[in-house]
Design a protein around this ligand. Structure first.
Ligand SMILES: *Cc1c(COP(=O)(O)O)cnc(C)c1O
Length: 390
C-alpha cells in the first residue's frame, strides 16, 4: 500500500504515542475498570479517570461531565434520543431544530424521533455550508426542546458559529447539542464559552482508534440529564452502561492530550499544506471551484469541484491517491451528495467534486505528488470525456 492518504476526515491513523498509551491496557493491565476488589481493576479505573480528565480539558469541561461511548454516532444518539424518552416528552416541548447537511448520525436520529411524533425544523445552510445564529433564533419556538448543529461539516470543512448559536439557544432557554466529530482536536472548543450543553466527539477522527468516542453532558446551569437508551451495569452514570473499553479510552485520553498541546501549531501546518495542494491544483487546471467557507474552514479540508469530470472516474483512475467523492456512491450508481445538493450545487458539479483532507503525518512532498497526480488525471478524464462527446 503505497498510496498517499488524503482522507483524514473519513478516519485517521492511530498516532504512535496513542498506541503506546493503549498497549499496557491490552497486555498486563487488562483489568475491568469496574472491578473494585483488586489491583487489575484499580489500574483500569485509574487509566479511565486520567483519560476523562484529558477529554474534559480539551473541551473546557469537568471530568464528571464526560461519558465514554463507542464513537460519535452513539454519542449523538444518546444526546438526542436521551432528551425524548418514550412517553416522557409532552407534545408542547417536542420540537427539534437541526440542519439539512448534518451527518446521518444526527439526521437519521432526528428522523426517527419525527416518526415517533416529534416536530423537526431542518435549516438550510448558506452556499458555503454555514448556518447563521439568526436562522437558529428564528426557528426556535416555545415548543423547542433542543437545537442540534454540527461544529464542523465533514464534506466541506465549514465551521459553524457555535458560540453565537449557543448564545441564542441559552437566551431562549433551549438545549444546544453539537456534533463535534470533525471539530474536536482540530479547532478550539470550549463548552462554557460556547454555551454547549451536549457535544459528541469521535476518537478515530483525531488519531485514536475506531470504536471510542465521548459525549459531553453539561453538569450544571442547566444540568442536562439524558435518559439512557440502553440498559446494563450502570457504568458511566447509567448514561452509557457496558464494560468500559479501557485501552480505547486510554488512547482517546492521549489523543486529546496531544491535540490540546499541538492544536495551534498543527492547525497552522495543516492549513499551509492544504492551501499548497489547493493552489497547485487551481493554478494548473481551469474550471476548478473551491467549496465551503474560506473564512471559516477546518485547517485540513479541501472540497474541489472540477468542471466537466466525473469524480468517480478520477478516483478510479488514481488508486495511488486516497481521497473521496462528496457522494456516497454505490457501485455504478453515484447519487450526488446530499451535502453538496444542500448548499445548492447543481448535480453536474456535485458529481464532479472531490474531498481532500490532509493530516498530522501528511508531508509537503506527498501533497506535491498528489497535486501532480490529480492534475494529470483530471486532464486525462477531461480529454476522454471530450473524445466521447465527439
Ligand atoms: C465521522 C463522523 C461521525 C460518526 O462518528 P463515528 O465515531 O464514526 O461513529 C459523526 N459526525 C460527523 C460529522 C463525522 O464526521
Amino acid at each position: 500500500m503505497n498510496a498517499i492518504y488524503l482522507d483524514h476526515n473519513a478516519t485517521t491513523p492511530v498516532d504512535p504515542r496513542v498506541l503506546e498509551a493503549m498497549l499496557p491496557y491490552l497486555r498486563e493491565r487488562f483489568g475491568n475498570a469496574s472491578s473494585k476488589s483488586h489491583s487489575f481493576g484499580w489500574a483500569g479505573n485509574e487509566a479511565v479517570e486520567a483519560a476523562r480528565a484529558h477529554v474534559a480539558l480539551l473541551l473546557g469541561a469537568r471530568p464528571r461531565e464526560i461519558v465514554f461511548t463507542s464513537g460519535a454516532t452513539e454519542a449523538n444518539n444518546i444526546a438526542i434520543l436521551g432528551l425524548f424518552p418514550p412517553g416522557g416528552q409532552p407534545p408542547e416541548k417536542s420540537h427539534i431544530v437541526t440542519e439539512a447537511i448534518e451527518h446521518h448520525a444526527v439526521l437519521d436520529t432526528v428522523h426517527e424521533l419525527e416518526r415517533r411524533g416529534a416536530r423537526v425544523t431542518l435549516l438550510r445552510p448558506d452556499a458555503r455550508g454555514r448556518i447563521s445564529a439568526a436562522d437558529v433564533k428564528a426557528a426556535i419556538t416555545p415548543a423547542t426542546r433542543v437545537v442540534s448543529i454540527m461544529a464542523a461539516q465533514n464534506e466541506l470543512g465549514t465551521v459553524n458559529p457555535i458560540a453565537e448559536i449557543g448564545k441564542v439557544c441559552h437566551e431562549a432557554g433551549v438545549l444546544f447539542h453539537t456534533d463535534a466529530a470533525q471539530a474536536a482536536g482540530k479547532i478550539p472548543l470550549d463548552v462554557e464559552k460556547m454555551g454547549i450543553d451536549l457535544l459528541a466527539l469521535s476518537g478515530h477522527k483525531f488519531y485514536a482508534p475506531k470504536g471510542i468516542g465521548a459525549l459531553y453532558v453539561r453538569g450544571r446551569t442547566p444540568r442536562v440529564d439524558p435518559s439512557p437508551i440502553q440498559f446494563g451495569g450502570g457504568q458511566e452514570r447509567g448514561i452509557r452502561p457496558g464494560t468500559l473499553n479501557v485501552p480505547g479510552i486510554a488512547g482517546l485520553g492521549e489523543a486529546c492530550r496531544i491535540a490540546r498541546e499541538d492544536l495551534a501549531s498543527e492547525s497552522l501546518r495543516l492549513a499551509a499544506i492544504r492551501d499548497r495542494l489547493e493552489l497547485r491544483i487551481t493554478r494548473s487546471l481551469p474550471g476548478v471551484s473551491v467549496n465551503g467557507d474560506p473564512a471559516h474552514r477546518l485547517p485540513g479540508t479541501s472540497s474541489l469541484s472540477f468542471e466537466g469530470v466525473d469524480a468517480t472516474s478520477v478516483i478510479v483512475s488514481m488508486p495511488d491517491v486516497a481521497i473521496s467523492t462528496g457522494s456516497a456512491c454505490t457501485t455504478g450508481n453515484a447519487e450526488p451528495s446530499y451535502v453538496l445538493r444542500g448548499i445548492g450545487l447543481p448535480d453536474r458539479l456535485a458529481n464532479a467534486t472531490l474531498r481532500f483532507s490532509v493530516g498530522r503525518f501528511t508531508t509537503e512532498e506527498e501533497v506535491d505528488r498528489a497535486a501532480g497526480r490529480v492534475i494529470e488525471t483530471v486532464e486525462q478524464v477531461r480529454s476522454r470525456m471530450a473524445v466521447a462527446r465527439g
